[in-house]
Design a protein around this ligand. Sequence first.
Ligand code: B12
Length: 260
Amino acid sequence: MSAAVLSSTTPGFYPPQYSPPIHKDQDMQQRQDFPTSNPHDAAAAEGLASARRLFYAALLRLDRSAALDVLSQALAAGHGLPAITEGCIAPTLETIGSEWEMGHLALSQVFMTSRIAEDTIDRLFPPGDASASIQPRIALALLEDYHALGKRLVALNLKAAGYSILDYGHVQAQELVEKILADGVEVLLISTLMLRSALQVRRVCDGLIQAGRHIPVIVGGAPFRFDPDLWREVGATATGASASDAIRLVQAFLEQRRDA
Ligand code: B12
């Protein structure tokens, strides 16, 4: 991959009573993840859409056990972790966020629903349970931000793809640079959901360059999806819009390094 930028969009999901914003509608039309020409794919897409509706309803009822049942059943039905991440969990949270922005939900509902989503993921995939076989030093951090769900899903998907991850959790910029240098990290992934935090990536990149450590820095999260040029402006090497993008980018950088 020459330009290591992926720009796939997560499909939005809107319950029938709300009209989606126009750009979301366009995203839905452009997305090709589940082409409907193949009946098997169409059935899988319908299965995921149904899981998404049920997951959304369970979260809004604050029904933890129903939320767990929905994701367990989606897994049992053969939907892989990437499909459940991008086709169910992420779009449901985005929908809830959009409804908050439109004034249909309270911040407390966003807080509770995202909390339940996080707990459900932790129960289904206890931290550290995925076996990892590919061992380059890949680190993942949530930079100066407390929106933990996206990072958690990126970590899970990378582990499920066989990568071993140094998960630094929530860190400040200076602390992150020190950890990378101390651990000899080869690929760094940063998740931020707030613009203020995204701008702190610049401090990390500058700190690494000053220390003479030139490693790929892959960034992701809402600010980078909202502003497609932001990753360049903060000095990152690449950005991705989803957990699957994170895997593709890590693979691309490792291949590039192997071929160099
Ligand atoms: C849920 C949520 C919360 C929850 C967080 C719960 C949690 N434990 O994570 C709560 C209620 C606590 C919260 C609080 C706040 N929030 Co909030 N929140 C959201 C919301 C609605 C959804 C985020 C989410 O969980 N999405 C689901 C996950 C799965 O998706 P994701 O994180 O984007 O991750 C996916 C991809 O982005 C990608 N990805 C993520 N990281 C990475 C990294 C790499 C390397 C790659 C390749 C890919 C990648 O893969 C993931 C899986 O698909 C967003 C809206 C939005 N559209 O993002 C606002 C949003 C992020 N919040 C926002 C704000 C303002 C806040 C508050 C300041 C609100 C307040 N007034 O108090 C606080 C601040 C909290 C803090 N200090 O960090 C703003 C930020 C705006 C900005 N310009 O900075 C947003 C964008 C809403 C908005 N439009 O205004 N929030």
